[in-house]
Design a binder for this molecule. Structure first.
Ligand SMILES: [Zn+2]
Length: 276
């Protein structure tokens, strides 16, 4: 059975899969490498993260599921993409979906896969990303790259007719509802501080009151709880808003700037380098 059919049956409604499949084909045909998608969920009984049965080439994904820092990142995200170069096969884009965060929602899954394809697509086009290291440095690499790349991905998803905004807003509404029951913690780990800042920058740049009326409450709660993170977010969002990150050289400088500003929230233990 081809991967196309597996996707059609297991992941997406068939009507919605064409736009995703077209994009995967474009990436693969432009020499950008192979795209593989897997789903992983937390198995409470075994207390470990398990790949869904029938995953294509599970060994490629399993390698990352043995890395604690990666698993922590995945559990905090709806999906993560690992792009890597292999001597035998060239570039590989491994998209790993966290099923716990998707909760069976197919529209959310389409948006999430679309989003992750956005990262693979930017890599195919030669945009830079920060090379991931370990622990805090790994976290900084992911979220600094996200802050910059999400600007381009939001635009491209809209252009391709993939509605990522509705599920995004639903996730944010869920978070706001959660904060009523369980207030935001006063102290965050270094990685959580970086992640909070990066996601906050996304909201500043991607939404406004017309698109998401609850943005004022979101901002107010985060500002009260994390005034120092707010400062970093305001600075980085204002900076990025003034940059045409579609230009690769501008993008590269913006990425270094995002690293610099987010790093100030939690000094990393290992140096960072860009992949270009
Ligand atoms: Zn992303």
């Amino acid at each position: 059975m081809s991967r196309r059919w597996l996707l059609c049956l297991a992941l997406l409604p068939c009507a919605a899969q064409d736009v995703i499949q077209d994009w995967i084909r474009e990436i693969e045909q432009s020499g950008g490498g192979q795209v593989l998608i897997a789903r992983a969920g937390y198995d409470a009984e075994a207390n470990e993260i398990r790949l869904a049965p029938g995953t294509t080439r599970p060994e490629l994904f399993a390698e990352y599921l043995h890395q604690l820092a990666f698993v922590r990142e995945l559990m905090a995200a709806q999906a993560l993409t690992v792009s890597r170069q292999t001597p035998e096969e060239g570039p590989l884009h491994l998209i790993l979906i966290n099923t716990a965060r998707i909760a069976g929602r197919r529209d959310v899954e389409e948006a999430v896969i679309g989003h992750e394809l956005g990262h693979a697509w930017l890599r195919t086009l030669g945009y830079p990303a920060v090379a991931a290291g370990n622990s805090v440095a790994n976290c900084l690499a992911i979220h600094a790259t996200d802050a910059v790349q999400h600007i381009l991905i939001r635009k491209e998803l809209r252009r391709r007719g993939i509605d990522a905004e509705t599920p995004w807003i639903a996730t944010l509404n869920d978070a706001l509802d959660q904060w009523k029951v369980r207030p935001l913690p006063a102290a965050l780990t270094p990685c959580e501080r970086i992640q909070t800042a990066s996601q906050w920058v996304d909201v500043r740049l991607g939404l406004d009151e017309a698109r998401w009326p609850r943005i004022t409450g979101y901002e107010a709660q985060l500002k009260t709880r994390y005034p120092d993170i707010e400062q970093a977010v305001s600075g980085l969002a204002a900076y990025l808003a003034g940059q045409d990150v579609a230009e690769k050289e501008v993008n590269r400088r913006a990425l270094l700037e995002a690293v610099r500003r987010l790093r100030a929230l939690a000094p990393p233990t290992t140096p960072l380098k860009t992949n270009q």
